[in-house]
Ligand binder design. Structure first.
Ligand code: KMH
Ligand code: ZN
Length: 311
């Protein structure tokens, strides 16, 4: 069985690379906006901040370490939250691009995507819109034919260079049951160590669908493979976010919110990342569940500490 979450870790994924600026005026784009949204999310109760960068001029996803360095130190100075940098970037970036900022910053945590897959964003083209930027529909259309590449060699490369090289630990992004078996393979080769932090990613086109049965199944298989050696968290794309993360918390898991995964708060657009943090926090507290502080999250996940990063 997964270790039950004594305290629930709220991760907030502040901007990501799935949504585009036309889809919500509240999506943070510039380093100032990303820093402000991340700090507010931490003040609202997020103990982990999962971060991507965007080109300040037009909001397209970027892997440029120079852009990351415009917001990472500011977030670190203003909050105690754990900083978790994406190594997924966007499916159009090379692995070297995706790793550049993390290798420079050596954060406490990074995401690690556990398999190559289709990652279909193109259905978001179905809704007619006036696009603010030409790149937005092009990027969505490109996902019809591109593959989000995370080969065994890529995963091993990240484990060695970031994990062993920088003391970074991982949010293992598992989009389907097979990804859990891939993680078990790396555990069997002693390339990953407990406590594992597994993010069940539900509702990406190309991965497992966002429903209660699938969440139970992911947990059942993870229990079988990892026993007490893991903690899980759940993210669900779009409007499935709040219902499924609430279910995760009742199953002993942790939760991830943020505009990276869903632009909504109830029926309306979320006006900020912090609004989603406050929403799940109120739900958790109404269920008599306690929220983990950053110090508690560090202890639960055996992180190296915020004073051992390179930014
Ligand atoms: N946006 C999530 C579905 C990463 O950054 O490495 C996946 C994600 C991947 O967060
Ligand atoms: Zn991400």
């Amino acid at each position: 069985m997964a270790k039950p979450a004594r305290k629930v870790i709220i991760t907030c994924a502040v901007t990501g690379s799935v949504h585009t600026p036309t889809m919500s005026p509240y999506l943070p784009v510039t380093p100032d906006e990303i820093a402000a949204e991340a700090i507010a999310a931490a003040e609202a109760g997020a103990s982990i901040l999962h971060l991507h960068a965007r080109d300040p001029n037009d909001g397209r996803p970027t892997a440029d370490p120079g852009v990351f360095m415009q917001f990472l130190p500011r977030i670190k100075q203003s909050t105690d939250a754990v900083i978790n940098i994406s190594t997924g970037g966007s499916s159009l970036m090379t692995l070297d691009d995706r790793l550049a900022a993390s290798l420079q910053a050596q954060p406490e945590m990074c995401s690690l995507n556990m398999g190559s897959m289709n990652f279909g964003l193109y259905p978001m083209l179905d809704r007619p819109r006036e696009w603010k930027h030409e790149w937005e529909p092009k990027l969505l259309e490109a996902t019809r034919s591109t593959v989000f590449k995370n080969s065994f060699a890529d995963i091993e490369d990240i484990l060695v260079r970031l994990g062993q090289g920088c003391g970074t630990r991982f949010e293992f992004e598992c989009y389907d049951v097979g990804h859990l078996y891939t993680l078990a393979h790396f555990r069997d080769r002693n390339l990953v160590q407990a406590p594992l932090f597994i993010q069940f990613v539900l509702g990406i086109l190309g991965g497992i669908g966002a429903d209660a049965d699938n969440l139970s199944h992911m947990k059942r298989i993870a229990d079988k493979l990892f026993g007490d050696d893991y903690r899980f968290s759940v993210l669900a794309a779009g409007r499935a976010q709040m219902p499924l993360i609430t279910m995760a918390a009742t199953m002993g898991g942790n939760v991830r919110v943020g505009l990276e995964d869903s632009l909504f708060d109830g029926r309306d657009l979320a006006r900020s990342n912090a609004d989603q943090v406050r929403r799940i926090r109120a739900i958790l507290e109404s269920l008599s569940l306690d929220i983990a502080t950053p110090t508690e999250a560090r202890e639960m996940l055996a992180l190296k500490g915020g004073d051992r990063v390179a930014f």
